[in-house]
Design a protein around this ligand. Structure first.
Ligand SMILES: [Fe+2]
Length: 193
């Protein structure tokens, strides 16, 4: 945990200063050190080797978790309610981002293949979904510059179903239901970069 702990200290410091540029830089540094970080997170108790998430650090200033997607696994379309940085440690995922029309219907606007070391930043109101496009598990670090389990942030979050792209209040049960249906969704014709 030595390398990870060092980055956690840096992330707390940057979050206290609300320095998003610095947070992006730290996440990029973590992406470069991904092999060491991968070994450290895999040694954590309850590492989600069959898919899922594990909280690594949580306090008033930060929330850091490891997120594992199985091959072909896709999340529901969701937002995060807070700025979020995702760093790919291993595997490969496709991040699709959406825009909302006046009726809050989600339309895909971009899709990016994210290889190991890639970092992407989402604002709290930006809907997206994530799909593992590797033949192995994809392992990501998710960083939030605040405790996102706080009720007020949780209440701001939303989900969209793939069929109608309509907005629903966020709940873990609905997230997992929509995520399990997501693998069967027909792709839109969106630009992949
Ligand atoms: Fe997400």
């Amino acid at each position: 945990m030595e390398t990870l702990n060092n980055y956690i200290k840096q992330l707390i410091n940057a979050s206290e200063k609300h320095d998003n540029k610095k947070i992006t830089q730290i996440c990029r540094d973590m992406g470069k050190k991904r092999k060491t970080l991968l070994l450290e997170v895999q040694r954590l108790g309850k590492f989600p080797s069959d898919g899922g998430a594990l909280i690594i650090a949580q306090d008033k200033q930060i929330f850091l978790s490891v997120f594992v997607l199985k091959p072909d696994q896709r999340t529901a379309i969701h937002d995060h309610g807070s700025d979020t940085w995702v760093t790919i440690l291993s595997g490969c995922s496709r991040n699709t981002e959406y825009q909302l029309d006046k009726q809050q219907v989600a339309t895909a606007v971009s899709s990016t293949i994210c290889e190991p070391g890639h970092v992407y930043h989402l604002t709290g109101d930006r809907p997206h979904d994530d799909m593992n496009v590797a033949e192995e598990h994809t392992i990501q670090l998710h960083f939030y510059p605040m405790d996102v389990l706080k009720e007020e942030i949780h209440c701001k979050r939303s989900l969209w179903d793939f069929k109608h792209r309509q907005r629903h209040p966020y709940s873990h049960d609905l997230f997992f239901k929509l995520s399990s249906e997501a693998g069967t969704v027909i792709e839109e014709n969106i630009h992949v970069n």
